[in-house]
Design a protein around this ligand. Structure first.
Ligand code: FPP
Length: 256
């Protein structure tokens, strides 16, 4: 049995282009993207993935036309209400990652209802990044650390990667093993910058609305062929199966 990534992060890109190619509206592309997400969650449960984190709305996405932003907020609010019982029945836990302050209160309350309902589940932890930006997360962590230092509860001399990680939005979210971006672009785009330090990157041409459990399985198969050395050297005496990707960073997943 090839190694399965514990944590998959996905940039769900290409809804707009998918729609435009079909003469549909961008809104229809996002609606198709919602369906794709539900298929992929099912696929992740089947494969036995522990953490699935998806980029649903970035800090930069606020710059889109107000109508598209409004549509996305409504779509996600309705989707959370529509799917949360089914996800709960599959023992999926739903979590939010990002800032809550700028999001519409109605969306926050749907998210909180989903988080409360599914809090006891642990088959798959589905983290939905909404109003999330990797740099903003790091800046917020730095601010929290500076405040702790000013308050005298943290000695700056003792700050290391492990302590830093405790100030991220979700300190228990593990490092990403497999990063997937759909629709042909080959960028990280400010997604989980800290957590992706050692992620294996897989870029696929399929636009997000067409992505399904088979594409997910294919990406997991590509991951299984990767040799994760974490900056060390390959031991020539070990076969690829013996050495990687089971290998772990020598200190912790959050140490540089
Ligand atoms: C990127 O495609 C996609 C988004 C900004 C939105 C993603 C949202 C969903 C898939 C719905 C998720 C639903 C829930 C419940 C979280 P794009 O618009 O940038 O596509 P383009 O690059 O082709 O224009």
């Amino acid at each position: 049995m090839p190694p399965v990534p514990g944590h998959i992060a996905i940039v769900m890109d290409g809804n707009g282009r998918w729609a435009t190619r079909r003469g549909l509206t961008r809104a229809q592309g996002h609606a198709a993207g919602e369906k794709a997400l539900m298929r992929v969650v099912e696929g992740a449960v089947e494969i036995g993935i522990r953490h699935l984190t998806v980029f649903a709305f970035s800090t930069e996405n606020w710059c889109r036309p107000a109508t598209e932003v409004g549509f996305l907020m409504t779509l996600m609010r309705r989707a959370l209400r529509k799917h949360r019982q089914r996800l709960h029945a599959e023992a999926v836990r739903i979590c939010h990652l990002g800032r809550r302050t700028g999001l519409p209160p109605a969306l926050i309350s749907e998210m909180e209802a989903a988080e409360r309902l599914t809090a006891g589940n642990d088959r798959l932890i589905l983290t939905i990044c909404l109003d999330y930006g990797g740099r903003t997360e790091l800046v917020d962590a730095a601010r929290s650390i500076a405040e702790a230092a000013a308050a005298g509860t943290l000695d700056p001399a003792t700050l290391d990667a492990r302590t830093f990680a405790r100030h991220l939005y979700a300190p228990d979210l593990p490092d990403v093993d497999l990063f997937i971006r759909t629709s042909g672009e080959q960028r990280i785009s400010n997604f989980l910058l800290w957590q992706c330090a050692y992620a294996e990157l897989v870029f696929v041409d399929t636009p997000w609305p067409d992505f399904d459990r088979h594409h997910l399985r294919q990406a997991v198969e590509v991951y299984a062929t990767r040799n994760r050395t974490y900056g060390t050297v390959e031991d020539p005496g070990r076969s690829p199966e013996q050495s990687a990707p089971r290998r772990q960073p020598c200190t912790s997943t959050t140490e540089p």
